[in-house]
Design a protein around this ligand. Structure first.
Ligand code: ADP
Ligand code: MG
Length: 244
């Protein structure tokens, strides 16, 4: 199996943020993770990427057990992540920021720089290599985060609310970029997203979390018709056709 979460549980004191979560998917997929605020989505991503050690259960990727590995080892295994509360380095230049990612797999400076420049071209950030991160607008910063993750040459990329705060035009641009990353680079995507247009148009499979548990799994069309999901998350007045 390409990626599998098996019975992952994580509590913070008395609060069970992830309760016996199991899911799996194949290489090449674009999988969405949705659910109300506090459902445990970010906690699951932090467990997968090695920042949190679960109380029980396991995460495996291409037959390797990821839980127990440090974040840089998870990255080396081929899983990269961008975070909801990402704190990029404001005083670094864009190229330097992306280089941090490239060094994951390329030890020599020249090889790392070659990779960073490749990704900059792919993402469409060319010409801004030497700008300080703090001088970039929010949309470019998001693209830099995406580029830094991509520079690690992942086979599985986790994106935690990358689209939050984007304008509708930016959503369309970023969405095309994600589809290109999946199609042209063959990177499997696992994305947490409240912008339902993204889920509806990009994902082939959606996992819904609620109160730390898997509430439902299905195609986007199945999920928007799921009574449980409508009750817990989407709401009765949700109009799926609006997001096509
Ligand atoms: N470091 C932490 N310490 C204590 N509680 C936390 C911590 N991180 C998350 N939580 C709690 O765990 C629950 C799930 O949070 P989170 O995984 O961030 O949900 P989501 O990303 O779905 O909004 C929430 O109730 C949140 O307050
Ligand atoms: Mg979150």
């Amino acid at each position: 199996m390409f990626f599998e979460v098996d019975g992952v549980t994580k509590s913070y004191g008395g609060l069970v943020a992830n309760n016996n979560i199991s899911l799996k998917f194949d290489e090449g997929d674009i999988v969405g993770l949705i659910g109300p605020n506090g459902a445990g989505k970010s906690t699951l991503f932090k467990t997968v990427s090695g920042y949190i050690v679960p109380d029980s259960g396991s995460v495996s990727f291409l037959g390797t057990r990821l839980n127990g590995l440090a974040p840089h080892q998870v990255c080396k295994a081929g899983v990269a992540c961008t975070f909801q509360d990402a704190k990029s380095f404001p005083r670094l230049e864009m190229l330097e920021t992306i280089l941090v990612g490239a060094y994951c797999r390329r030890g020599a400076k020249r090889a790392a720089e070659e990779r960073a420049r490749e990704v900059i071209d792919f993402i469409g950030l060319g010409g801004k290599e030497n700008r300080l991160i703090e001088k970039l607008n929010m949309f470019d910063r998001k693209k830099v985060e995406l580029a830094a993750a991509l520079a690690t040459e992942p086979r599985l990329l986790l994106l935690d609310e990358l689209f939050a705060g984007c304008t509708p035009t930016e959503v369309v641009e970023l969405l095309e970029l994600l589809k290109k990353i999946n199609k042209d680079l063959g990177v499997t995507l696992f994305i947490i997203e409240h912008v339902l247009k993204v889920i509806m148009s990009a994902c082939r499979k959606v996992v819904v979390l609620d109160y730390g548990e898997v509430l439902d799994v299905g195609t986007p069309d199945e999920i928007v018709k799921s009574k449980k999901v409508v009750a817990a998350y989407l709401g009765e007045d949700y109009d799926a056709s609006q997001y096509k």
